[in-house]
Design a protein around this ligand. Structure first.
Ligand SMILES: Nc1ncnc2c1ncn2[C@@H]1O[C@H](COP(=O)(O)OP(=O)(O)OP(=O)(O)O)[C@@H](O)[C@H]1O
Length: 241
């Protein structure tokens, strides 16, 4: 991570949990403008909770979340999304009974200007031609991979300044996992800043610039993706391979 790059997201000693369960035990983390960072760890390490705490779906019980330098620790989730910090949760959450187009329009609830909404939809259709082709069909009838594209497309309708992606390859066939990761890579190359949670650690470390390894609600390790990838002991000890 270069020291000159601007930090878009910063977590300082963040704690969070569910009632008596402490899921995050003092997390420090940074994502820099234009970069892709990845958050890795075994099941139950706290990856999803970290993303939910950033996007306001879970309230931090301590510490600070700063987005573009502003404290958003207590900001409501819809306001965080409005500011351009957009979370694509685990599972695809495509709404049954709504067309592909309507699903995308739902993603644009933060965008008031109709011309901007149309422009964004055109961009999403350019990125995912299959969604353009099936725009009037029921979103829930798309394949798993296409539904993941729709979930990501819906997030792009907000014009995200930071995209949180929670296990986008979850439940997809191997070929689609690769395809989904290529999409994530393209988004990153097009300038979207991304924090990626991914079960496939090796793949995530190939795409990302920087990685954090979570264990039991603590950051156990962090570093350049290439350095983490080269260290087999990390992969074996923390990533459940
Ligand atoms: N809604 C909830 N209620 C109670 N405990 C929860 C809830 N969600 C998560 N937890 C607990 O919080 C801890 C962290 O869970 P989290 O889902 O953040 O982990 P994760 O690293 O994303 O795991 P996975 O890869 O399995 O999704 C775990 O001990 C989990 O059991």
């Amino acid at each position: 991570m270069s020291t000159e790059a601007e930090t878009i997201l910063q977590l300082e000693n963040v704690t969070a949990g569910y009632g008596r369960i402490i899921a995050l035990n003092g997390i420090d983390l940074k994502v820099e403008q234009g970069a892709m960072a990845t958050l890795l760890g075994a099941n139950g390490a706290g990856k999803t909770t970290t993303l939910k705490t950033i996007s306001g779906l879970v309230r931090a019980t301590g510490g600070k979340v700063l987005f573009e330098g502003e404290d958003i620790t207590q900001t409501p989730a819809h306001e965080i999304a409005r500011r351009g910090l957009v979370h694509v949760p685990e599972g695809r959450h495509v709404l049954r009974g709504l067309s592909v187009r309507e699903n995308l329009e739902l993603g644009a609830f933060t965008v008031k200007d109709p011309a901007t909404r149309r422009k964004r939809m055109d961009e999403v259709f350019g990125l995912f031609p299959v969604l353009a082709k099936r725009q009037h069909g029921d979103g829930s009838l798309l394949s798993g991979g296409e539904q993941q594209m729709l979930a990501i497309g819906r997030a792009l309708m907000h014009g995200p300044r930071l995209l949180l992606l929670d296990e986008p390859s979850m439940g997809l066939a191997p070929k689609l996992v690769i395809e989904t990761m290529q999409i994530v890579k393209r988004l990153s190359e097009a300038g979207t800043t991304i924090l990626l949670v991914e079960q496939n650690a090796r793949l995530a470390l190939k795409l990302a610039d920087y990685g954090y390894v979570l264990e039991g609600g603590h950051i156990r390790m962090q570093g350049d993706a290439a350095t983490l990838r080269a260290d087999n002991s990390i992969v074996q000890a923390y990533l459940g391979e």
